[in-house]
Design a protein. Sequence first.
Length: 295
Amino acid sequence: GAPSCSGSRSLPFEFERSRSESSGDEDDEDDEEEEEEEEEMEEEELEGDSGVRFGTDDGELDSDEDRERMINLTELTPYILCSICKGYFIDATTITECLHTFCKSCIVRHFYYSNRCPKCNIVVHQTQPLYNIRLDRQLQDIVYKLVVNLEEREKKQMHDFYKERGLEVPKPAVPQPVSASRGRPRKVLGSVFRIPPELDFSILLEFIGVLSSCASLQPLEKKFVRVSGEATIGHVEKFLRRKMDLDPACQVDIICGDHLLEHYQTLREIRQVIGESAVQDGLLVLHYGLVVSPL
């Protein structure tokens, strides 16, 4: 009886164990299917996230144009404004000594009174600061592209300006075709203004005062002058009288070094006679004083 009982008990045990093993296999298969489904869901979520990240509904990546960041014009304003007139660059012109840029009309007007940069105050050129400025066409093109209708408004204002005064509207400069030539092409840097070669003398007019108890005359604002070497002291005196609006009764004395100059002497002769003592930084230095007779 005991063996039969033990045998009868062994059969259900083996059946349940086999059933548990088979059920375990089925559970493993179910787990693998669930893992695959979870992986597919995660991939779909990642694709959905990528779509949300780049601002698309279908999950596709944006084009290069959509990825470009829009910039407010106010962020670029400090780089395209002229510090003299506080407006956008018109005919952007750069000083070659310090690379500061201004409107062409603004910097030319400024150099009429001063030879220093309006921004950093360095001496651009001792006598001819206009030699050291260049048009910056690339920067001007950028300004016209950034500021809507700026170019059209400027052209209209220029057209109206000339028409109101009965002048011919200047035509825009057309770039000339470059002829093919042998050898390396030469790059020519031209200045904005060209000074005639006959103006070969630069003089510095220093004011030494007025001999009168009632006179209140002011010296010239622009003391650097470029003239011909054949100009006489008489020409310089006429220039001073016209610029300072002097009375005919006012006497003008012009001195170079310790020498009181005569009307007939030319600037070239004065430099040759007096020598380097009359020259400072390449300039012929002339001092002028006024004698105003009391009324």
